[in-house]
Write a protein that binds this ligand. Structure first.
Ligand code: PHE
Length: 461
């Protein structure tokens, strides 16, 4: 078997790496638009409650599972269940889920990288042409970008936990904060920016309904990288003397602050570009990043010239790229850790094996936007045709996470048992013992949190 397990070198190293995982494309683009469409300040308030009252305890539970077992998710469930066959299932789900999300996320990050390179080459104006996005994602260059991206991500992973993951997070996360704040400061000085801020912040409670509440919950869960085996794996790299509750709190706060701040970038930018924009028609995902935002950036040339506009666009795409990169690193580390722990492979061999399979699947995903007909119309679900990319997104990105979270709660409280969780959470944090937070975490994880997660799963399905 492998040598002694690697650990993060410092508490801040762990926090930055886990926050790097949590801060992703979701924070920067999906969150601000979802918030604005679903009641502004009302959504923000509800989201914050979900993060701290529901998601944070789950994060603590995942970290505790990892640190106690010193294993990847499959190994953690096996070991802490005493080898139960039934409890192997959530272990495997916590492996397959990140593996498949990574495939999907690699493709989206490839598009971001492509747009970044185009902007740096002075081609911002091309990005705004009508069919540019469709043409780009169906061009051969996506394969080159995919190879480049995989070399970067796996290059970081090959340097190990401390020299790779932690070091990258310590460099990239401060850079991300600076870029984000710089862009916010710039955008807020633009004309009509304040209209966007108002839409984003002023609460409208009448917009809240069951489906929105469920979406906010799912978004919070996704944003904190829960249900993906990531926190179990990162937990296994935590030192025993570090506080799990304290570190988890810092990660949740950082992730939420970044998402909140991104709103102060995206909404003012949209309203500066078009003060009459219809909130209902705004799109949060790929449409916003690849179609709408380039137009906004280009329009800046009237005030700061083409060079200035290109620079702002490049910083933005670099920001999204960095956020996606640190998320990819964390999610690909899960299957890598599994091969190392379960199969005794060394790090390099595990990385090559995972990379080879993911490359093939990512190519299939990339080709399913039109390049290959059979992948483009891969399956028909409920009467609508789905591409291979769409299927992976539907199953793993949109649906399965709350179910995985439900299983974490039930496992920790009813199989592994409360006392063991308590012991692990107190280790490195003696003040947690007997505190109100501890009683809350302990009670909530065994009662309403799994119920809510199950409900969100059912509503989404
Ligand atoms: N929290 C990430 C995001 O907001 C989710 C994620 C983590 C996605 C890791 C992929 C990999 O985008």
């Amino acid at each position: 078997m492998s040598a002694a397990r690697e650990h993060f070198g410092s508490r801040i190293g762990f926090i930055l790496a886990a926050a790097g995982s949590a801060v992703g494309i979701g924070n920067l683009v999906s969150f601000p638009v979802a918030a604005t469409k679903s009641g502004g300040g009302a959504f923000l308030l509800m989201y914050a409650l979900f993060v701290f009252l529901i998601c944070l305890p789950v994060m603590m539970a995942e970290l505790a599972l990892g640190r106690k077992s010193d294993k990847d998710p499959v190994g953690a469930y096996r070991q802490l269940s005493g080898g139960s066959k039934l409890w192997r299932i959530p272990g495997w789900m916590a492996l397959i889920t990140p593996f498949m999300i990574a495939v999907f996320y690699l493709v989206v990050t490839v598009w971001v990288l492509g747009y970044l390179v185009e902007t740096l080459m002075g081609n911002l104006s091309n990005l705004t042409s009508k069919d540019h996005f469709d043409n780009f994602i169906n061009s051969k260059s996506v394969f080159l970008y995919l190879i480049a991206l995989m070399l970067i991500v796996n290059g970081v992973l090959s340097k190990g936990v401390r020299g790779g993951i932690e070091r990258a997070a310590k460099t990239l996360m401060p850079l991300l904060f600076v870029m984000l704040l710089g862009l916010v400061a710039f955008v807020l000085t633009q004309e009509n920016a304040i209209i966007g801020v108002k839409y984003y912040l002023i609460p409208d409670f009448s917009k809240l309904n069951t489906s929105m509440v469920s979406k906010a919950m799912a978004q919070a869960f996704f944003s904190l990288s829960l249900g993906m085996g990531i926190m179990i794996t990162y937990g296994s790299y935590m030192k025993r003397q570090d506080s799990i509750p304290g570190s988890a709190r810092s990660v949740a706060i950082t992730d939420t602050l970044v998402a909140f701040t991104a709103g102060l970038l995206i909404l003012p930018a949209i309203f500066h570009f078009n003060p009459e924009v219809k909130i209902k028609e705004l799109e949060g995902g790929a449409g916003l990043i690849f179609n709408f935002l380039p137009k906004i950036f280009l329009s800046l040339q009237n005030t700061i010239g083409y060079g200035g506009a290109s620079a702002i666009a490049a910083i933005f795409f670099f920001l999204v790229f960095v956020a996606a990169l640190t998320s990819l690193v964390s999610i690909i580390e899960v299957p890598v850790a599994t091969l190392r722990d379960e199969r005794g492979m060394d790090r390099k061999k595990a990385i090559y094996t995972i990379a080879a399979i993911q490359f093939v699947l990512a190519c299939a995903c990339a080709m399913s936007s039109g390049m290959a007909g059979w992948l483009t119309s891969f399956v028909t679900i409920g009467g609508s045709e789905k591409s291979f990319f769409g299927l992976v997104e539907l199953l793993f990105y949109d649906t399965i996470l709350p179910l995985n979270g439900f299983l974490v709660c039930v496992f920790v409280i009813y199989k592994w048992k409360r006392a063991n969780l308590d012991r692990e959470l107190q280790e490195g944090d003696p003040a947690f013992a007997g505190s109100l937070s501890q009683r809350y975490v302990n009670f909530a994880l065994g009662t309403f949190i799994p119920l809510i997660l199950l409900l969100v799963f059912i509503i989404t399905v």
